[in-house]
Write a new protein. Sequence first.
Length: 272
Amino acid sequence: IGMQQDLQIKLYESALEYAKQAGRLVLEHMGNTGRIEQKKNASDLVTEVDRMSEMLLRNQIQQEYPGHWILSEEDSCQANAYEIFKRQKSGYGWIIDPIDGTTNFIHGIPHFSISIGIVKDGKPIIGIVYNPVTNELYTARKSKGAYLNGKLIRVGKELQLAEAVLATGFHANDWNSGSRLVRQIDQIAGKSRNVRIIGAASLDLCWIASGKLTGLWHEGLNPWDTAAGILILTEAGGCVTDKEGNPYRLYHDSLVASNSLIHKEFLETIKL
Ligand code: 2AM
Ligand code: CA
Ligand code: CA
Ligand code: CA
């Protein structure tokens, strides 16, 4: 047990160091993103900086932890890594988003993160989400609480949707005027305090964990968007499910996250 604890502390310190290095790199290139490429469509973008940040993180991990698997957004072998990840039931793995909130990054909106989640035997044990512009560093270790820049954080105390500020997000290519999200916003906007679309799911989860937001609902997220944030949120007292209220899994699920207190009313209100 002692040795496992030591290893987890070492992993945590490594992840922290890598996130800060990647953060510094990304920050240096703000306003100078290099070539911007379209992935699947005009709103699905990747820059040279996403790839540089990813290379930095992957190289560091591979050097220091050669036995660990890595799942990351811009990896050219990502489809393979995804299959391995889904079958992987043992060992340590790193789930990485080199920039979460690329559209914000490209437009100079100071709201994006480097997100690093570490799982052991399929379960999240370490989460790091770092916004290098505002210097917000969110961290969590399993059963050890969640922290913002070293200070313990807790979810907000809002009891009802009427007091809640909720976030969502969407992929512009999925948008149409009759889509589920449009109907959900129609249902919930007048019942909650307000709704926000801020553009980085990892930070949305951390903002619930630190009591700024009360909830988030989102479809089409990937493990690299959520692996770190859900540990940070649950360690801060929050709750994460799919839209039916089942425990959230890291892939192929809708996501509904909250301060726990409003969760039931939240689920009922966005159900369609
Ligand atoms: P990204 O910036 O790393 O792509 C915004 O609501 C959230 O959804 C962000 O975390 C963003 O991550 C992700 N996202 C935005 N567009 C996406 C797309 N077309 N496919 C998958 N994820 C996307
Ligand atoms: Ca992306
Ligand atoms: Ca992302
Ligand atoms: Ca990304």
